[in-house]
Design a protein around this ligand. Sequence first.
Ligand code: NOJ
Length: 553
Amino acid sequence: MTTARTSDLWWKNAVVYCLDVETFLDWDGDGRGDFQGLTERVDYLAGMGVSCIWLMPFYPSPDKNDGYDISDYYALNPRLGSLGDFVAFMRTARDRGMRVIVDLVVNHTSDQHPWFRASRSSRDNAFRDFYVWVDKPPRQKKADLVFPDAEDGIWTYDEKTDQWYLHHFYSHQPDLNISNPVVRDEIAKLVGFWLELGVDGFRVDAVPFLIETGDVSLDPHTILRNLRSFISRRRGDSMMLGEVNLPYGELRQFFGGAGGDELHMNFDFILMQRMYLALARQDATPIREALSARPALAEGSQWAVFVRNHDELTLDKLSDGERQEVFEAFGPEPSMQLFGRGLRRRLPPMLDGDGARVRLVYSLLLPLPGTPVLFYGEEIGMGENLDVPGRLSVRTPMQRTDERNGGFSPAPPSRLTRPVAHGRYGPLAVNVAAQRRDPDSLLNWFERVIRRRRETPEFGWGACAVLDTAGDDAVLAHRCDWEEGAVVAVHNLSPEPRHVRVRLGDGKAFDRVIDLLASAEPQPLNGDMLEMKMDGHGFQWVRLQRKEGRTVP
Ligand code: NOJ
């Protein structure tokens, strides 16, 4: 029974890896990554222990927003491959036991999508109501703007038909009219198409905007519930992972609340932001507070935890003062900041290349209650390229070797999708090939901790509690219990060594602890207090062994 449940709800103990086909590996030599290249590297991902690949948009697109401006939902961008290449990739991933989810971007289309071309052609065109048109735009607040650098409003005037259309993002990304049932049917149809091609689910883009309706008789959450029922009917073990950057109180409903019948997973943007505040302060209190404030979820629901993604590191849910603290610690230069709310950097440069601290952060990420989501290149410690504009600074090509273009492509550098990183974090210093040969490399460390994380499902499934650390605020200790297992992770955010004392709550039930990351002998446990010596920025994951009962390795 348990095994059936754990494999049905596979996302509860997955390790997700996000990548853009365009920047992963160029196989045909045109300067752009492609599906053939990705297929060649599926074994690399499987070897690392990744269990689910999230593909950023790969559809036909004018590429004005890195593929998030889609002009055809039923095809591949021809520069990335054919549908045949896609299916070959899916088959290979499945053969290696990996799931695949794809970006579902249906809040908006590109303005080049045939639906929008038809819609804007005349007021009585059959596609007019696929988008949101008004005679006079309502008043808008500065806060409504997602891209304040490029847009000064979310409505754009279209001369031909003398009306304004809605676009929460760029003006070349008109919002679909979700209130129109025909649009909802079209979304179901395209979701069904990709499910038939074998995908295991979707990372759903911009969900709060997507379900915003102009129709008071249509409850926005009914839209998500219906989509959930539809995909579950088509494929019972499919999953939706939502991009919903909202306070916990509002976010809970996007899971479907206690019923858990909307999005299966949502990114925890609050915890991510508070983690950076904690790192800046060398004090775990902001993480403790976030974990304690998280709402309870239904069994099939799950948090997705992450350190970085493909966008700016948004700090929009911190207070102005807190955001300033993080800016000062991790991105003091204006060129490192974006939209006044975020940082366009990857983690290692933010930590000034301090390897111990980089490992501390990922050691903290993996056992956080939820499912970890990695962004390509994190496993080797890639940096950003600030010469590349805006959010694209962190989307540079994957660095495989120390050869030209970091081994990403044989094409002349001028033909690449975008330039590779250079300097301290460029391919000469940071690449897969060199790290594979070094047993102490970040890549080999990642393989070991990912394996351990997947073998420790308590972190994904368990009931988790923040433990008392005898007043030492720099240390975070959390415990997750599930079925017969109990595990504790302890992280020292301070550079100073510590003698850590963690109160287990019911420690008398255990008599030994086993270090899950080192090969040390089991240690006897006396009473309720777990004591350990920790280096500055040190970390430990331990399993508590019961006095009686089965021994879990
Ligand atoms: C959120 C995505 O993460 C971002 O990259 C994109 O630009 C917007 N949604 C619009 O699709």
